[in-house]
Design a protein around this ligand. Structure first.
Ligand code: SF4
Ligand code: SF4
Length: 286
């Protein structure tokens, strides 16, 4: 497989490995495929051998003295992980933030969070320490309501977000630029005046929140966060993606320009100003 983002999106992975297109809103099993990550398969083998699975691989990167992938007990605190990683580099000890589980889909801990109270769970994959003013934190700091207001006032409908959306390129009915336009009239599908607006907002139900749309937007807008806002409203209202045409998502057709629009991981990291933190090679059994 080529090195691009988000190669780990399971619909993308299934297509790249098997050439099969998973239906929009569906799961890989619909195409006879099960997706597991390498660590899960290793843990299954351990469990089959009677060994309890109590440890987890967690990559610690960014402004720490010893970036590495640490194998630690589930329940290890983030504070202890940072100690294992030699602590935060001196120049950032008083102004750093902690991001869990990757810069594109992870979450930033609130400032002042007690790192001794945040524990590694079975799904924790990474901890990144960044200077407080790092540009990759900007979208995470803005409230969803602020981002919705920005969408209403600054989206120029250039369609670049849709052109780069990995799910759109797989043929799914997800067009973030349309959601950005419709959000100007309604933010909650349940409250949309017209059926067409409601259908447009429900497209957010197909969004994985991978963040590619926010990465490429020339206006610095955050379609990913707007989609997250709509998805929250959908969940509260018990709504799921559906269309007026009755499309059940099975008629997916690959976008002919998809291959040329894939974004190499290195370019994503460079765009987020994270290139300097990419090389984490050491594996440490803690
Ligand atoms: S890329 Fe940005 S400006 Fe262009 S349509 Fe999408 S949200 Fe609007
Ligand atoms: S976050 Fe943006 S690019 Fe990613 S799936 Fe959702 S709409 Fe598409």
């Amino acid at each position: 497989m080529d090195d691009f983002y988000p190669a780990g999106d399971e619909h993308v992975l299934v297509y790249e490995v098997t050439g099969r297109l998973v239906p929009a809103g569906g799961i890989p099993l619909a195409r006879g495929v099960v997706v597991n990550n390498v660590e899960t398969l290793m843990n299954v083998a351990l469990a089959q051998g009677g060994i309890a699975v109590t440890r987890k691989f967690v990559t610690v990167a960014g402004e720490v003295n010893r970036p590495a992938t640490y194998r630690v007990a589930i329940g290890t605190t983030v504070a202890h992980l940072l100690e294992l990683a030699g602590g935060v580099r001196e120049e950032h000890r008083s102004d750093f933030e902690v991001m869990l589980d990757g810069p594109m889909m992870g979450r930033v801990l609130d400032r002042g969070t007690d790192l001794g109270a945040v524990q590694v769970s079975a799904i924790t994959s990474g901890v990144i320490v960044l200077p407080t003013r790092h540009p990759s934190l900007t979208e995470r700091r803005q409230s969803m309501e602020h981002q919705v207001r920005m969408a209403r006032s600054a989206c120029i409908q250039c369609t670049m977000c849709t052109d780069a959306c990995p799910r759109y390129l797989l043929g799914h009915e997800l067009r973030p630029h349309i959601i950005m336009r419709t959000i100007g009239h309604a933010a909650d599908p349940a409250l949309a005046d017209r059926p067409r607006e409601r259908e447009e907002l429900l497209m957010a139900g197909l969004c994985t929140e991978c963040g590619v749309c926010s990465l490429v937007c020339p206006m610095g807008l955050a379609p990913r966060s707007v989609n997250a806002r709509v998805r929250r409203a959908m969940a509260a209202g018990g709504l799921r993606w559906n269309t007026l045409s009755g499309d059940d998502g099975t008629r997916v057709r690959l976008h002919p320009a998809r291959r040329g629009r894939l974004i190499p991981s290195g370019r994503v990291a460079a765009r987020l100003r994270l290139g300097q933190y990419l090389h984490v090679e050491e594996l440490v059994e803690a």
